[in-house]
Write a protein that binds this ligand. Structure first.
Ligand SMILES: [Zn+2]
Length: 457
């Protein structure tokens, strides 16, 4: 046997991978390489080695493969010495059989509260074949009244952790009143700007208690395991436990997770088995995800675990100019958990949109005319259109770009029907027939379509 091909392909996502040997462009051999077990104690234990023998056109071949944490190494040997026209390809395979009924027991759309939130959740629920348990994040105290009046009534998670309270509301209201009365008068006072400061934990706790009197909520405790629980956390968490029998722990930082998580879990031990823990694995390596989830699954506590991740990796979106289609990394990450026998986990995302509007999370991002639509077949890909017409480049304006988006892409059917099919859902129908679109409207329509698509999986 003579070595005819030899290479190392570096790989960052450890899915089972199909390896193909091609003669010209015809496949002459295919097989599946199992992904390395990244939970192994040593890199060599994680490695998987396979040797395949096959014959094609009377020539014998031997394909030797090693799949480890560096990537896939292969050597192809043959009984003659000719490598002409022979190439090797690999292709990650996400196991479609995971889409069995019930593979995702519950879906948690994470939504920053706006006037559209209740309508988005209701659309998602109407189409869902699974339980929907939203997480609603309210950031401004002025939204709380609307939320209570027009909000969502079914059981849900509520996060007030980063609530800002307008401290001069009463004063501003009195000035507004005076300005109405003194219209036209030279001494009419100026309306002062809104002054916000962060709500204290005491204020947040009081609001949770007050809201829970009229709405069925599970309050959120955000933690950062970069640090162990401190005396302030202990006080807050104890107060929360005294008032609620279930909470959701929202893990924001995971730097020293395995060292510090127990200091938080211990505090909540008495209610933990009825509670929830959500991990937002944005920009977190797969190996870290698995180790974090294993830590909780192997602990003596059994809160319901919820896996959340941003739908598309923002760095690759910025890099790949001209390409509009990206892998839905939230869903592929969730599906991969099966590979590690991590089961009974709920799925959460931000309804296809990357974390909130890009502008509030990505330094330097400017508003764009945008569509973020997951494919309506299995939501494994997302199509992202970012439009910026020349005259609005470098400005925060989007009006002309939005007109262009509607005229050139939506009306002319230039968007693949897999992503925008008027028959798919009410959001698609609305978008397909839209006369004019604003950034907020586009966000809200896309979130509805994306949430509905996941809810129907
Ligand atoms: Zn749709």
């Amino acid at each position: 046997m003579n070595m005819i091909l030899n290479d190392l392909l570096s790989i960052t996502q450890y899915n089972n991978t199909k390896i193909k040997v091609l003669f010209n462009s015809d496949s002459i051999f295919e097989n599946i390489l199992s992904a390395p077990d990244i939970t192994s104690s040593t890199p060599s234990k994680a490695e998987s080695n396979k040797v395949f023998n096959f014959t094609y056109a009377d020539i014998d071949y031997e394909l030797r493969t090693t799949f480890n944490l560096i990537g896939i190494a292969y050597q192809l040997l043959s009984s003659n010495n000719n490598s002409n026209n022979i190439t090797i390809e690999t292709e990650a395979c996400i196991d479609n059989s995971t889409f069995y009924s019930g593979f995702m027991p519950t879906y948690t759309p994470i939504l920053k509260y706006t006037g559209n939130t209740a309508a988005i959740i209701e659309s998602i629920e109407n189409e869902a074949n699974k339980t929907i348990m939203p997480l609603i994040d309210i950031r401004k105290d002025g939204d709380i009244n609307n939320y209570l009046e027009y909000g969502y009534d079914n059981l849900h998670f509520l996060d007030l952790s980063v609530l800002e309270i307008m401290r001069n509301r009463v004063y501003r209201d009195s000035i507004k009143e005076r300005r109405k009365k003194e219209r036209g008068s030279p001494s009419r006072p100026e309306l002062p700007g809104e002054e916000y400061t962060s709500a204290t934990r005491g204020e947040i706790l009081d609001l949770y208690i007050q809201i829970s009197e009229t709405t069925t909520i599970i309050p959120t405790i955000r933690i950062d395991t970069t640090y162990p629980a401190n005396s302030d956390d202990i006080f807050y968490v104890n107060k929360m436990r005294e008032n609620f029998t279930k909470v959701i722990i929202r893990v924001m930082g995971m730097d020293n997770f395995s060292i510090n998580i127990n200091s938080y879990l211990l505090l909540l031990a008495s209610i933990l088995s009825d509670s929830y823990i959500i991990f937002e694995f944005n920009s977190i390596q797969e190996a870290k995800e698995v180790s974090v989830l294993n830590t909780i699954q192997n602990s003596e506590y059994s809160p319901q675990i919820i896996y959340a991740k941003e739908t598309a990796d923002f760095d690759s979106i910025k890099r790949e100019h001209g390409d509009n289609y990206f892998e839905n990394i939230a869903l592929s990450g969730y599906l991969r958990l099966k590979q590690y026998n991590i089961e009974n986990i709920w799925f959460a995302d931000y309804c296809g949109y990357e974390r909130d509007t890009a502008t509030s999370y990505i330094p330097g991002m400017k508003p764009n005319a945008k569509l973020h639509l997951v494919d309506n077949k299995d939501a494994k890909k997302i199509c992202i259109y970012k439009i910026k017409v020349e005259e609005e480049r470098g400005t925060g304006k989007t009006k002309q770009s939005m007109i262009y988006l509607v005229d050139e892409y939506i009306r002319k059917d230039n968007i693949n029907i897999l992503y925008l099919d008027p028959n798919h859902c009410d959001a698609c129908t609305e978008l397909y027939n839209i006369e004019s679109l604003s950034l907020a409207k586009s966000k809200s329509i896309c979130m509805r379509h994306n949430g509905i698509t996941i809810a129907k999986l």
